[in-house]
Design a protein around this ligand. Structure first.
Ligand SMILES: [Zn+2]
Length: 310
């Protein structure tokens, strides 16, 4: 058994998984990370002590996924943009408390790793994993190993500029994929167009409008919603054509909440990516949705323990 901890931008999941990657039980809470790393760590300790202390004896290790830049060698979270956490020695803190081996990685890398051992990328040594949710991130597996890059930051798919002079991104650039196609971009685009007079059933949603509402409206034939979905999928397709042309992956896997609209998006993503892929073989690269489901992060965290790198 392994203990898996998935620390997201807004939520914390703690679960127990068996060695085949099955989630036996999990507990989810709103993250208290904005109150600082000490509060967050205490919150996670409390979840473990309340729900999972009876399993600890049988736990072979603890896997932790983190939303940001991770130094795997030192076991440190270097920086998490959503919560402003900096230089937190996560592995050391959990090793000291529970006396178990602790493995950490960035959440998207962990999802890619989980997909390799428990998902659609089993027996696949070269692939890219892109998450599309509040932000857009990526994990790259090359020759059976996660690509870390010189600073451990490889795979920042969200900050490829797909539209010069496009929307302003959190990173300071304009037209990044994340600023053009992640969930908040959908909502901002809808609000902007409606403010300029566009007709849409989305007007009924007011301030509570979400990307899911937009996907639902698109399925119901709303023209503005369909334009937004099409635009986002097109940008993702363009970015994936670059990934395919550069990496020649065996497959590209998409996850994250926005990809719940895969029925609407995948045909457009594929069309745009294949249009720009440079060879007939590249145009056959499967572009598919993750098979890990909503709890991909927990499965990814467990895979860090069950299949440690090196
Ligand atoms: Zn950016």
């Amino acid at each position: 058994m392994v203990l898996a901890i998935d620390i997201g931008g807004t939520k914390v999941l703690v679960g127990i998984l068996d060695k085949s990657g099955q989630i036996l039980d999990y507990h989810k809470e709103e993250s208290r990370a904005v109150l600082g790393s000490d509060v967050l760590i205490e919150q996670i300790f409390a979840i473990i002590d309340t729900y999972y202390s009876k399993f600890l004896e049988d736990v072979s290790g603890i896997g932790i996924t983190l939303p940001g830049i991770v130094d795997k060698g030192n076991g440190t979270l270097k920086y998490a943009p959503f919560s402003n956490l900096k230089d937190v020695p996560v592995a050391q803190i959990f090793t000291k408390k529970y006396n178990k081996a602790v493995y950490i990685d960035n959440d998207v890398n962990a999802c890619a790793w989980g997909e390799k051992w428990f998902g659609v990328a089993r027996d696949c040594d070269n692939f890219a994993w892109m998450t599309v949710s509040t932000g857009i991130g990526g994990g790259i597996v090359i020759n059976g190993k996660l690509l870390n890059g010189y600073d451990g930051m490889a795979g920042e798919f969200g900050h490829m500029v797909v539209e010069e002079n496009g929307e302003l991104c959190g990173c300071g650039q304009r037209g990044c994929l994340e600023a053009m196609a992640a969930g908040p971009a959908w909502v901002n685009k809808a609000l902007k167009e409606m403010y300029s007079g566009a007709k849409s059933i989305l007007r009924n949603k007011g301030d509570a409008l979400t990307a899911k509402d937009i996907a639902d409206a698109a399925r119901n034939g709303d023209k503005l919603a369909q334009e937004i979905v099409h635009g986002a999928a097109r940008y993702i397709g363009i970015a994936i054509s670059w990934i395919i042309n550069i990496l020649n992956p065996q497959m590209v896997i998409l996850g994250g909440g926005i990809m719940e609209a895969d029925d609407l998006m995948l045909p457009i993503i594929r069309e745009e990516a294949y249009k720009r892929a440079i060879s007939a073989r590249f145009r056959k690269t499967p572009i598919i949705k993750t098979s890990l489901g909503y709890n991909a992060g927990l499965i990814g965290a467990a895979s860090l323990v069950l299949y440690p790198e090196n």
